[in-house]
Design a protein around this ligand. Structure first.
Ligand SMILES: NC(=O)c1ccc[n+]([C@@H]2O[C@H](COP(=O)([O-])OP(=O)(O)OC[C@H]3O[C@@H](n4cnc5c(N)ncnc54)[C@H](O)[C@@H]3O)[C@@H](O)[C@H]2O)c1
Ligand SMILES: N[C@@H](CCO)C(=O)O
Ligand code: NA
Length: 815
């Protein structure tokens, strides 16, 4: 036999009450008649409370009384056959009349004592339970209505009475013996004292009633029916990926629901815990869902932690001073003082230096706590043995909880890694030696981000969610969005990585969606529903959202975003960029980006700065990290120029090949950046810097391949016109090479800390002779690759390969 408790939302409407009847039919068929404990109809306890205080201040309460009556009568009309309705109306009406008399009394006396308040509240459970039992009678033939004031005996602490457990259990057993195997409905929350005065059990009172009955009757389980699918891994309002837990131990339930998870209030479950009766959390509105079982022999060991709990708002007080070191009794005095004044201490930490004790309290207790300390430690304060305690506000607690944490190394590592990577500063830490709970205090502003990051870190089927903010929707940007769209599912399923593009902007428009933008219709998102682009606003929105694993992606060719990288790193956001301007401007800036990324524990990836998606930057980095030393780098790093020389043959004009290169997406937005050698220079500079040389642009020698008039052109169109005008010049170079059986190659070289880019004619004995398309080639001669260089070769320009490189950089963020 089971006890089933239905909370306020489950008895809130005719629909939910019909759902209860269905659940009871199933239960009766499977396990025989249960004992059912009911709360007041949803919202009714508050309504009664309002009525009582209105009455106490002499205001009218009739409107609320009418509302109360209507809510109950409406259910009667909807769910009971007409011949059954009248007797129920009559009994309910009796309750309402009594209640009205009481409220009149309160109003005349203008006084509301806790005792009378309990009496007023008791009508909520009495009405709902009577009502539901009568509806059940219609379906089951017989249903017993039991007023818990006759079953649960308490002291006279009105508002939160203490239960006389042994006496109550005896009364419950006696009652049950008279009604064994019948369907019984008991009012939750209410009880009575020795004089028969009605009392209430305080927070979670109906759960308490259910636990007492379960314990008294040695039930096989206590089911708490509510409106959620069970205890969740984290607060679902803040963590979208939170999911219901299958099983929990009593201890875990205590730890988890102490904070936030308000599904049950565990102290009320103690009678059931003591008898090892399983407690099951179920959803009235989704009865097919198995819910969460809280049991003493919990077997679920799927994850290292069970859940993450949180308290949104706490205050921290810190007592510190040299006078505390090595002095026994200090903490004793402090905490007895707080206990005496009923200030609940939520968390305590003291480091082994004994120089300070930090503790957390509810914000409403903080000021009082400080005053008490000032009074108690007046002498020590005067003698400057301790400092004046400071209250720190707007803080939250995040705690990871689970019995599997015990003696499992690495759990705290994972927790702090997730917090650190996302720039969440930890103000205080507490872990008891039971190892069931590690609590950290963080800024309230960071709570949602921290919860999501920690949730991702522990529930490993999803390793991480990357929240991406992208500038640039041109060639590369658009291709990247398409690639992300095509591979999103695969990435999530195979690698546990979820990519959400939260914000995008080009130079005209921008758009955001915290759930992730649907990038299939870029035109719609940006130009039909987007807002005007504003880089400042873009950056500040990104910062305000404060999302975990945030990545700022720069797919522009503009210098503007570069000036914001420092701010982005300082906001603990990683940067991925194919824009070379950042790394190839002042050396000081180049250095600063790396220092900031390192300081804030975020990534800075720019593989596509050199050779598009080809693994050049990372190859060089790996060589350097493992202690190798670059002796020489020789490379062709302009995809555009490579393509031009590979196709500038026969009848084709130089002008047409350049046009073709631009059409194929190899060139920079302005192809003069390629042909002037500027783009190549940037790449060589970045490589040289990554190889350890402090060079500036002016240190690089570039052999110009364009006539001056082409360089001087005022626009791209004018530039193309100049190419046509200088056709003979280009033909001349081509002929010269062909006549010697050679090909043209624009080659960069780094040696002895010097970089030069020169136009060369090479024959088939040269390693760079055989190239096609937009191929890049780079050869690294190093201490270890001395006799034969390490060579990377392949297409080094084009939207597809570049976007792929950006994509892989994004995926590697936080790896
Ligand atoms: N094409 C390649 O093969 C290749 C290879 C490696 C790297 N890259 C680099 O990729 C970058 C983009 O090239 P592309 O061909 O896509 O250029 P593009 O001209 O097609 O697109 C540039 C985009 O940046 C946007 N933009 C410019 N300034 C902006 C600002 N201040 N704020 C927001 N958006 C802004 C533009 O509106 C446009 O959407 C360049 O830096 C280029 O060097 C290209
Ligand atoms: N415009 C560049 C793109 C790759 O960075 C090139 O032609 O090499
Ligand atoms: Na590359």
């Amino acid at each position: 036999m089971k006890v089933l408790k239905f909370g306020g939302t489950s008895v809130g409407s005719e629909k939910s009450i019909s759902a209860i009847i269905e659940i009871l039919k199933q239960e009766t068929a499977d396990n025989g008649s249960p004992v059912v404990v009911l709360s007041a109809m949803g919202g009714v306890t508050n309504l009664l409370s309002t009525m009582a205080s209105k009455a106490a201040s002499g205001e009218s309460f009739t409107q609320y009384l009418a509302e109360l009556q209507n809510r109950h009568f409406d259910v009667v009309k909807a769910l009971l056959d007409v011949p059954r309705q009248n007797p129920v109306f009559t009994r309910l009406k009796l309750y309402f009349n009594e209640l009205e008399d009481i409220l009149q009394g309160i109003s005349s006396l203008r006084e509301l004592t806790p005792r009378i308040n309990d009496l007023v509240l008791s009508y909520g459970e009495r009405c709902s339970t009577l009502l539901v039992s009568k509806i059940a009678e219609q379906h089951f033939g017989e249903a017993i209505f039991a007023d818990a004031t006759e079953l649960v005996r308490t002291d006279s602490n009105f508002g939160q009475a203490h239960v006389n457990t042994s006496l109550s259990e005896m009364l419950i057993r006696d009652f049950y013996q008279q009604h064994t195997s019948k369907l019984i409905f008991v009012t939750g929350f209410i009880a009575s004292n020795e004089e028969g005065r009605i009392t209430t059990l305080g927070r979670g009172g109906s759960d308490y009633t259910a636990a007492l009955i379960g314990s008294a009757l040695h039930c096989e389980a206590i089911e708490i029916w509510t409106d959620v699918n069970g205890m969740m891994t984290a607060d679902p309002r803040m963590v979208k990926k939170a999911f219901p837990l299958e099983e929990l131990s009593y201890t875990e339930a205590m730890e988890l629901s102490y904070f936030g998870a308000k599904v049950i209030y565990p102290p009320t479950m103690i009678p059931a815990f003591l008898k090892k009766i399983p407690i099951v959390i179920r959803n009235t509105f989704q009865p097919e869902f198995p819910g969460t079982v809280i049991r003493h022999d919990c077997r679920d060991a799927k994850h290292n932690i069970k859940g993450i709990s949180s308290i949104n708002e706490i205050s921290l007080l810190n007592l510190q001073g040299s006078g505390m070191v090595g002095k026994a009794g200090f903490s004793g005095r402090l905490f007895s003082l707080l206990a005496r004044e009923q200030i609940n201490v939520i968390l305590i930490t003291q480091s082994s230096s004994e120089h300070s004790i930090t503790f957390a309290v509810k914000p409403s207790d903080a000021l009082n706590a400080r005053k008490l300390i000032e009074r108690e430690f007046e002498l020590e304060l005067e003698a400057k043995k301790i400092d004046l305690p400071v209250i720190e506000e707007s803080l939250s607690i995040l705690a990871i909880v689970g019995e599997n944490m015990k003696e499992t190394p690495g759990i705290s590592g994972t927790l702090f890694q997730a917090l650190g990577r996302n720039g969440v500063n930890v103000r205080a830490i507490a872990q008891g030696s039971s190892e069931y709970n590690i609590s950290v205090i963080i800024s309230r502003h960071d709570l949602a981000k921290a919860l999501n990051a920690v949730h991702d870190a522990f529930y490993t089927d999803l390793k991480k969610t990357l929240n991406v903010f992208c500038l640039g929707t041109g060639n590369i940007g658009r291709t990247l969005f398409r690639q992300i769209g095509e591979h999103r599912d695969f990435l999530q399923k195979q690698n546990g990585i979820l990519i959400k593009v939260i914000g995008i902007s080009n130079s005209r428009k921008m758009a955001f969606n915290e759930e992730g933008l649907n990038l299939e219709n870029l035109q719609e998102i940006l130009f039909e529903s987007g807002e005007d682009a504003d880089l400042d606003l873009f950056i500040s929105r990104m910062k305000e959202m404060n999302l975990p694993n945030a990545v700022f992606v720069d797919n522009t060719a503009s210098a503007l975003p570069i000036s914001r990288y420092a701010e982005v790193f300082s906001s603990n956001i990683s940067v991925v960029t194919c824009n070379k301007i950042g790394n190839s401007s002042d050396y000081a800036q180049y250095r600063n980006f790396r220092d900031l990324a390192h300081k804030h524990g975020v990534d800075f990836y720019y593989e596509t700065n050199v050779g598009a998606g080809l693994p050049i930057i990372r190859t060089l980095k790996d060589l350097m990290m493992s202690g190798d030393r670059v002796i020489c780098i020789e490379a062709i790093l302009s995809g555009t120029i490579s393509f031009i020389f590979n196709n500038f043959k026969g009848e084709t004009s130089f002008h047409d090949v350049v046009k073709l290169a631009q059409e194929k997406g190899f060139t920079e937005p302005d192809p003069r950046d390629d042909l002037s050698g500027m783009d190549f220079m940037r790449k060589m500079l970045i490589l040289a810097r990554d190889a350890g040389h402090e060079l500036e642009q002016s240190d690089i020698r570039i052999q110009n391949i364009l006539p001056q008039s082409c360089l001087d052109a005022q626009s791209v169109d004018e530039f193309y016109a100049e190419l046509l005008a200088n056709n003979d010049y280009f033909e001349q170079i081509k002929k010269e090479a062909e006549a010697n059986g050679k090909v043209l190659r624009y080659i960069g070289k780094l040696e002895d800390g010097k970089v030069a880019i020169t136009l060369q004619m090479v024959d088939d004995t040269h390693a760079f002779y055989m190239l096609s398309g937009s191929d890049n080639i780079i050869s690294f001669t190093t201490d270890r690759y001395k006799d034969r260089p390490l060579v990377v070769k392949g297409p080094g320009a084009g939207a597809e390969v570049t976007a792929a490189g950006v994509f892989s950089d994004i995926v590697n963020v936080g790896a």
